[in-house]
Design a protein around this ligand. Structure first.
Ligand code: PLP
Length: 357
């Protein structure tokens, strides 16, 4: 027999803006005096709501924000108004000149082609330069930079940056190699420089330069292991049922019981970012007690073994003080970044702290 517990359709995602600000402040302290901490708010603030996140961080003193695309920059400008600097990692893409110009975005130019486009379409408008120091993903190659650096430096870039490929592995030789290349390409250029994201901040002062670009650590993720939890996700239990020995649970009958069990069905699934790989591997929590996810994760539903609980919970927690985004990621075979940015649109997002009523 299955029992309906209550009629609430979606999970409740609570975002603790005070914890976010404390994480920013803690990373800022690691960088120390003379280094300014920016904030990376791409991908809708790592899935948590870019406008709310950016406002809370601006109130805490952040003045430089980084996004992936000009459209994201437009949303941040709308949230913050004039004043804070907004840098766009993808640079100056064709068709973006009006948005970049009108909203005073600062494109990080990634190629000679982008530099040319920028100088032709928006002469005199601020820009930065992104250099590729070995990741081979985005930015001017060293030879390309050497060819155009005189022209670019004459136009006084707002920032020169590069990105580390292995900053979350402090022992990787790649870090020192990229640092050396970055120094060779930029020492004495007289322009503010930035190399470190969250991982780079933790590598040490020689990686900090003038401006840091923390992202995931602000949102409570590794490699910042002192990060406080920012996201709390609680999922309503829709039904609870007893199942008998020999019965199975979910698609494909991948979990079969040999004793009587109590199964709670919660209202969230892989369409809400609780990825399918967590089936038969992850856990949810009831007042701190772990309850295993059993059977496959469906699109909108997850089944959890609550046989050992003495009460019938109205909701189960999956993210928060009991379990971090990285714990969930480990159970799902991915990284905290992917769990955060996959959190779906169906949750009610509720914000606490950060001066938000
Ligand atoms: C995403 C990103 C960051 C932030 O990285 P975290 O690891 O989340 O701190 C910084 N710089 C660039 C270029 C990025 O793409």
């Amino acid at each position: 027999m299955a029992v309906e517990t209550r009629a609430m359709a979606t999970g409740s995602l609570t975002i603790d803006l005070d914890a976010l600000v404390r994480n920013w402040t803690a990373l800022d302290r690691v960088s120390g005096a003379g280094v300014e901490s920016g904030a990376v708010v791409k991908a809708d603030g790592y899935g948590l709501g870019a406008a709310q996140v950016a406002r809370a961080l601006a109130q805490a003193g952040a003045r430089r924000f980084f996004v992936a695309a000009a459209e994201e920059g437009a949303a941040i400008r709308q949230a913050l108004g004039r004043g804070p600097e907004i840098f766009v990692f993808s640079g100056h893409m064709a068709g973006d000149a009006d948005m970049i110009g009108d909203l005073e975005l600062i494109p990080m130019l990634n190629s000679v082609e982008q530099l040319t486009r920028h100088m032709e379409t928006l002469p005199g408008h601020r820009f930065g330069i992104q250099l590729d120091t070995g990741m081979n993903r985005l930015g001017m190659e060293p030879a390309e930079w050497v060819a155009v650096s005189d022209i670019a430096l004459q136009a006084s870039p707002a920032l020169i940056m590069s990105h580390l490929a292995c900053a979350d592995e402090p022992g990787s030789a790649m870090n020192a190699t990229q640092l050396k290349v970055f120094r060779e390409l930029t020492d004495g250029c007289g322009v503010p420089r930035s190399l470190a994201a969250t991982g780079g901040i933790l590598l040490g002062t020689e990686y900090h330069f003038d401006i840091t670009r923390p992202g995931v650590g602000l949102y409570g993720g590794q490699p910042f292991n002192r990060a406080q939890a920012v996201v709390h996700l609680s999922l309503p239990v829709i039904q609870i049922r007893e199942i008998e020995p020999g019965e199975s649970v979910g698609y494909g009958c991948t979990w079969t019981v040999d004793e009587t069990c109590t199964i709670a069905t919660v209202a969230a699934g892989y369409a809400d970012g609780l990825i399918r790989a967590m089936g038969n591997r992850g856990h949810m929590f009831h007042e701190g007690v772990p309850c295993p996810i059993v059977g496959r994760v469906s699109m909108d539903l997850i089944t959890v073994d609550i046989s050992h609980l003495s009460t019938r919970p109205l909701a189960l927690d999956i993210l928060g003080k009991d379990q971090s985004v990285d714990d969930v990621a480990a159970a799902a075979g991915t990284i905290g970044y992917e769990i955060l940015t996959s959190l779906g649109a169906r949750y009610k997002r509720r914000y606490t702290g950060g001066g938000v009523a």
